[in-house]
Design a protein around this ligand. Structure first.
Ligand SMILES: [Zn+2]
Length: 275
């Protein structure tokens, strides 16, 4: 019987791959986080509690999500602004590096792992939605994260089918000893922020709602305790910071997933196309 051995990482990429964020550039961008004179505010708004909002961040800009009135989690979706079929998968793909946070919240920089094994900025779960809630015996409700995200993208020509699994910003989650998913109290404090650098033009959608974003949730009404989220989009005042950065291109796969059409005789020498 073979000796058990530690499995090796399944996916690796050469250091030249655009999968890797260029660390010196990211460190330089992060250094501007505490010096707002190093940034130019391009857009800002405050997201109504229990709502969703979508907006665009251009390549080379920094987007910041804030907690202006205290703890609150947000469900984040990201698409290529020019092709909504290309979207963050949270498991692999080009947009993963877009999501690489360069300046995490003050508290969550050092959050690490909670005593229960929870980690912040959840990728384990998905957004809450009315379908699962009804399946689990709940009441019909129109303002779960999935619905908030859906309403926000409809105005931009996307649909419910474009809404996908989220990055739960400021949410602490984990799996218990039985492998069951759990959520902990949101660790963000008033004025904390989560931010990311956009490597390509991206279309962002954030839904604001969670029953687990405050303490002692058992005795309070969800709608009465959900807080607003703030959004700020910045350009860098010093363009030299991005001198060594290059916007990554699409993978440009042009195969047909192995599909081969049978040859059709008698049409040699024509300029026909069509499969
Ligand atoms: Zn939710």
């Amino acid at each position: 019987m073979a000796t058990p051995r530690r499995p090796t990482p399944a996916y690796t990429a050469p250091s030249s791959s655009t999968i890797h964020a260029s660390s010196p550039v990211y460190r330089a961008i992060a250094a501007t986080a505490s010096d707002l004179s190093a940034r130019v505010l391009e857009d800002s708004f405050t997201l109504r509690p229990c709502s969703g909002q979508a907006w665009t961040v251009r390549a080379g800009q920094v987007c910041r999500i804030t907690t202006p009135l205290g703890p609150q989690v947000g469900d984040l979706n990201v698409w290529n602004a020019h092709n909504p079929r290309e979207r963050d998968s949270m498991g692999g793909g080009q947009l993963d590096q877009v999501l690489t946070p360069d300046g995490m919240t003050r508290r969550t920089v050092g959050f690490g792992i909670s005593q229960w094994g929870g980690r912040v900025h959840d990728l384990l779960g998905t957004r809450c939605d009315p379908y699962v809630n009804l399946l689990m015996g709940g009441q019909s409700f129109d303002f779960y994260c999935h619905s908030n995200l859906t309403r926000a993208v409809v105005a931009f020509g996307l649909t419910e089918l474009d809404v996908h699994d989220v990055l739960n910003v400021f949410q602490v989650t984990g799996l218990d000893e039985e492998g069951k998913y759990f959520m902990e109290t949101c660790p963000a404090e008033q004025g904390d922020y989560f931010e990311f650098f956009a490597e390509i033009d991206v279309f962002i959608d954030v839904g604001d709602l969670s029953a687990w974003s405050w303490e002692n949730k058992e005795n309070v009404e969800m709608l009465a305790t959900t807080r607003p989220l703030g959004v700020e989009v910045y350009s860098l005042a010093d363009p030299d910071i991005l001198e060594c950065w290059k916007e990554p291109g699409s993978p440009k796969y042009t195969g047909m997933h192995g599909i081969k059409m049978p040859p059709r005789n008698g049409q040699e020498g024509t300029n026909y196309c069509g499969v």
